[in-house]
Design a protein around this ligand. Structure first.
Ligand code: NI
Ligand code: MN
Length: 228
């Protein structure tokens, strides 16, 4: 059984036995976060793209724990220059890690580091990976894209994390359409209500997601868990 813990915004932690994967660990400065980076000890950290609300505290956690950070090439090179143990990948490429296969998928979004966002951070991505015998899809930040139809051709997704906050990413209705493309068994909405600009009705999303007939939505409060 894999335990999924929602940490707020797009940050999630997955635990399977002694193995922990952390994704987009934005905790300091995240008004919804209920945990600080020093409480986390992941073996792996996946960062979907170089924006501060996704990179978050990845460097601090990785340096303290010796976690390997999996990111797209340019972001990985930049993290490597900070002393982080990195595994660089390109969108569309897959790799077999000790925990299972992992593939970065297309996301229509941007990336850029630094105060002005002018340090090139490569492209934004989503990620599909196996862990604990289950398959997870974390969409990162993205528009609705037809490319999502390719995901179930590679793996049947058990649990998808989809952004619903609109403005910077898909909103509720586009995320529901994404469900018909990806066809996950379960979905957890992310990237909403952290700031006013991405306010969204997660209950409405859950009702529409459940109405597809093929996906069950779980709305998690920060620190809320789900076992699959
Ligand atoms: Ni972003
Ligand atoms: Mn974001």
């Amino acid at each position: 059984m894999v335990t999924v813990t929602y940490l707020g915004h797009s940050a999630v932690q997955l635990d399977y036995g002694p193995s922990t994967i952390l994704i987009d660990p934005f905790l300091r400065g995240n008004p919804k976060a209920r945990i600080t980076p020093d409480a986390l000890t992941p073996q792996y950290i996946i960062v979907t793209h170089g924006h501060s609300d996704h990179l978050g505290d990845a460097i601090e956690i990785a340096l303290r724990c010796g976690s390997q950070v999996i990111a797209t090439y340019e972001l990985a090179v930049w993290l490597g220059s900070k002393g982080v143990n990195v595994h660089p990948m390109g969108v569309g490429g897959s790799h077999k890690f000790p925990f299972g296969h992992l593939k970065f998928t297309i996301a229509h979004h941007s990336a850029g580091l630094g105060e002005m966002g002018d340090t090139y951070a490569g492209v934004a991505a989503g990620v599909v990976f196996e862990f604990g015998g289950k398959v997870f899809y974390h969409a990162g930040d993205t528009a609705l894209t037809y490319d999502m139809k390719l995901i179930p051709e590679w793996r049947k997704v058990d649990l998808a994390f989809l952004p619903i906050g609109d403005n910077f990413t898909m909103g509720v209705d586009d995320a529901v359409t994404a469900l018909t493309f990806v066809r996950p068994r379960l979905v957890v909405p992310i990237h909403y209500n952290t700031f006013d600009m991405i306010a969204a009705d997660a209950g409405a999303f859950a009702r529409k997601a459940n109405a597809t007939g093929h996906t069950t939505a779980h709305v998690l409060e920060p620190m809320g868990t789900l076992t699959i």
